[in-house]
Design a protein around this ligand. Structure first.
Ligand SMILES: O=C(O)CCC(=O)C(=O)O
Ligand SMILES: [Fe+2]
Length: 320
């Protein structure tokens, strides 16, 4: 029998009155924060939804409507050279198209960056890691009625599956998902197994028998530990489910998205908390440092090289 481990409640958690959500996170590995407790105005949720619908239309070539889904039936492209059916299955892109992802949204528009730096989301994510988190990726799930390829086991998985075991109470990744539409089981909600983060591993084949729906009103924030087993239910209702999955990492873990070179630092200033966003993107992290010349090494304090007293400093290292 595992005993839930209560970390110390930090300053942001008590200032934002998030204690009940911290307890739920500790116990279940997932918490649902209703819109009135996130500090986010519904106009931001509207704006994010609108942008995602526009992007979905531009990319696929058909209009999307929240009440009806896409105006035309969609199909997957032929697999790119070198890709196998198992890769496509892992991405869920088999059979009928009823879901796809839009990626790299932190650089897309300010509204997505404001949702990344949301204080409630970050306080809860930070609580799971016991460290200042970094952003790993910001992607949206665009989903509508039908059977997306997760199958009967609901596609249950742990997000931090690439991390070597044993895992402990500290999360290496954590997910802060914004529900941009109503979010019930029949709407195709996230499925999860309460308490599974305390099993410290991947789900067994029958884990779906213990899964429940993370049901939440539109505008809610769902935060879950990287070891929590989760997947999703098929959407049975007409219309669409839009979610924005802001995925965070412990500073010792590699990011999914190359935010340091793929993100224009000027954009980092354009949000509610520019210095926090710089930190989350890892723009000022000392590593990985560049080794292209000596100046870069010295800049990050990693190549402080001695030279003969009284003579000029060494020239940049020669490369072979
Ligand atoms: O919403 C889904 O379909 C699954 C989401 C998921 O696995 C994730 O955000 O890590
Ligand atoms: Fe996941």
């Amino acid at each position: 029998m595992h005993t839930p481990q209560i970390h110390c409640i930090d300053e942001a958690v008590s200032r934002l009155k998030l204690e009940p959500f911290v307890l739920q996170l500790e116990l279940d590995g997932l918490t649902i924060v209703p819109p009135e407790c996130t500090g986010v105005d519904m106009s931001l949720i509207d704006e994010a939804s609108q942008l995602l619908l526009e992007d979905a239309a531009r990319i696929t070539g058909t209009q999307f409507h929240l009440d009806h889904g896409p105006a035309d039936e969609l199909e997957w492209p032929a697999p790119p050279f070198g890709l196998h059916l198992s890769d496509i299955k892992a991405a869920g892109a088999i059979g009928e198209v009823t879901q796809f992802q839009l990626q790299s949204l932190a650089s897309r528009a300010r509204v997505f960056r404001d949702l990344v730096v949301n204080p409630a989301a970050l306080a809860l994510v930070q609580h799971t890691m016991g460290a200042q988190p970094r952003l790993s990726s910001a992607n949206a799930f665009i989903k509508w009625r039908g059977e997306f390829g997760y199958g009967t086991n609901l596609g249950l998985h742990s997000d931090q599956v690439a991390i070597p075991r044993p895992w402990g109470a500290t999360a290496f990744n954590a997910n802060a998902t914004w529900c941009l539409t109503e979010y019930s089981k029949a709407d195709g909600a996230l499925a999860f197994v309460p308490g599974s983060h305390r099993e410290h591993g991947s789900p067994p084949a029958d884990a779906h028998l213990r899964a429940v729906a993370a049901e939440a009103p539109r505008g809610s924030l769902i935060v879950f530990h990287g070891a929590t087993w989760h997947g999703a239910y098929a959407r049975e209702n007409p219309g669409m489910r839009l979610t924005l999955a802001n995925y965070f990492r412990h500073p010792a873990v590699l990011p999914q998205e190359d935010l340091r070179s793929g993100f224009d630092p000027e954009q980092a200033l354009d949000c509610n908390d520019p210095s926090l966003l710089r930190q989350l993107l890892g723009l000022d992290d000392p590593g990985p440092y560049a080794v292209s010349d000596n100046t870069e090494r010295v800049k990050f304090g990693m190549g402080w090289l001695p030279h003969v007293k009284g003579s000029p400093p060494a020239s940049p290292a020669a490369s072979v």
